[in-house]
Ligand binder design. Sequence first.
Ligand code: NAD
Length: 320
Amino acid sequence: MLIVPERLIAELVSPADAFAAIEACFAAMARGEAYNFPVVREALGEGRQYGFKSGLDRAGSRLGVKAGGYFPANLARGIINHQSSVFLFDPETGRPLAMVGGNLLTALRTAAASAISIDRLARKDARVLGMVGAGHQAGFQLRAAARVRKFKRVVAWNLHPEMLPKLGAIAAELGLPFEPVSLAELGTHADVIITITSSDKASLMDAHVKPGTHLACMGTDTVGKQEVEPALLARATMFTDEVAQAISIGEAQHAVMAGLISAADIAPLGDVLIGRHPGRTSDTEITVFDGTGVGLQDLAVAGVAVLRAKERGLGITVDV
Ligand code: NAD
């Protein structure tokens, strides 16, 4: 079994690698060649969450699990709050193949999913990016979005405004003017909005968002989290990574519970990738990608890390 430690991931997997791997993963899901197993997520107390996301990708010959969670006291210890590791197994024999550090991979695969949705669903003439959230994932989201559209500026809102300068520094690195704004201003200006917060109630309201906007709602990945008003989802054309997750742990859980939409109103983004769904059909349509984060995404980027590590003779081989 190969161990690919966290410290090697940055040199092994690029945002472009993650984008290609997640596109292939969503397409395999749409073709029925790959499927996710039910998510296990447990509260450990003191705000700690732990869980397992797993699946089988026959097309990519990948079987595995990401074990990880959220540990709010970590920042005080000098490590990030989200901690995870990915384990890959041989789908034919069940033998362990690899253990891969999952922290950077999670950020890369989450940002790639959002960027794929922007690439496929946002208006081609989108010029203003709106960021709701400024935590650990937000910078990865911003960088990935900037790869797929020629944005001219970034407008941003965060519940904790003191976190915005760090995101502003990333925008500056990308050569993009950055302006902290109210949510109403953000919705007025933004052609694409990414929400990436750990909020438990809606911040972005239906009235904030103008026709033609694409939203990548990426923060809600657990029962009880919420970033946008359910009425906005009812007005939008809805896409997701996996419908079963969207209606149970994604942003759509609230609109479904309120009876505003049902599973049948949500299409997998993979359907757009394989040409089964037309995606956006007008410049005034609002499109929403409800990105809940599926296990197959983790296996896909971990697979890239293992491949690259083997090519370059990196990582640690152990007997198990
Ligand atoms: P973080 O702890 O670094 O940042 C949290 C962000 O949420 C900050 O911007 C903070 O100001 C904001 N926030 C906190 N409480 C809020 C509230 N009540 N209302 C509005 N905003 C609030 O977290 P992170 O690592 O950046 O992750 C952000 C979210 O993305 C988390 O919910 C995480 O679980 C989720 N996530 C989703 C995926 C996926 O695949 N969809 C993957 C990774 C992380």
